[in-house]
Ligand binder design. Sequence first.
Ligand SMILES: Cc1ncc(COP(=O)(O)O)c(C=O)c1O
Length: 410
Amino acid sequence: MPAIDPIPKMPLLTQTLWRGTGRDKLHYPSVLDRPNLYHFNWAREGLEMALRALGLKPNDEVLLPAYHCLSMITPVLRAGGQPTFYPVQADTRIEVSELSRHITARTRVVIAPYFFGFDQPMSAIRELCDRSGVTLIEDCAHALYGTPGGQPVGSIGHYAVASPWKFLPVTRGGCLVVNDPVTHPAPKMPAGPTARAELKDGLNTLERSMDYGRLPLLNPFLRPILSLSEALSRRRHSTQGVEADSRPLDESIAWADPPPAPLSRVGRWLLQHSDRMAQCELRREYYLRLAEAWRDLPGATLLHRRLPDHVVPQVVPLTTRNPRDFAAALLSEGIPVIRFGGQLWPRTPPQTCTNAPMLSACVFQFPCHPSLTTAEVDSIARRVRAILLNTPSGTPSPRDYGRSAEMEQP
Ligand SMILES: Cc1ncc(COP(=O)(O)O)c(C=O)c1O
């Protein structure tokens, strides 16, 4: 079994978080409540399916933020579009006037994310897109709940995509919402998963939780089944060859993932049966706990000091002035960290946005998901604080950009 961090980076299945089905839909609206919702394994698949449904032509441009992750670029390449970029502010806010300057006659689609779950002027972005005859994909990969755009999340774009797997205890789970089905076509759904894939998905979810000591009562019964399933899967994979990819390096990344596929029924069941109120309130509580502990750190600042009532954050983003040493210390301490945007697409024009390389190198995101225990949250708070107190707080030079990107990014 591979070594795992002692503190889980992503949500796990626990005995308590999936009880109160559907509570408080009004208080915390969700992308999962939207009509015309299509479940896939990942949000990138939802993006690809929306772009394919629009029938992009080779020179059609898809406008993305200069601060992005590769899973936002690959769907554009796979659907045959041309990624182009708009700048973001130093706090990741999208300036509508700046976005407007980057829309050209070839722009077909704008992708606008709620970075880390925080506010964006999404309604104004929608108005701009409507005026320009461009499709808006509201990217809710970091915002499954709340109203960070002033209206229920996932209701503003012509399409919306989300990553429930980043919020709920499922090993995979992405979705696409078609908000304007009269003008914007629905995806053509591929065939559903086989019974074997269904079973594997359920077992993977249980196994991940048990690896971190959750669900202790199930452990003695399920371990032998999981070992058998792992052995069978190893045998199957050892007989499959891997085909070399002859495309240029920066495009071949687009073809590394399998084709889009619908989410398993097990996954969909888990998404529908989580305790929403507990999920949202605990996330907010843990965010505030970490934010309080890191309010006056030397060499690092919170990207968002305030947590508005309508925001359910995905993570706690922290900006450090010494990313190289900070990254090395986090790795050696085994502190769970997420690096959205740690690696920008190599063809992103550097002149588009001076903030993007800085955000990419310097913003580290820490988990605040509700399957953490209070002791785990406090341990992250204390150990990050100790690292920063012992790290020289330098000014990052352009040489540092990208150096800290080697850490895993979900
Ligand atoms: C803003 C944003 N959009 C889209 C995606 C793709 O999401 P997924 O990993 O579910 O494919 C990600 C992935 O991290 C993301 O951060």
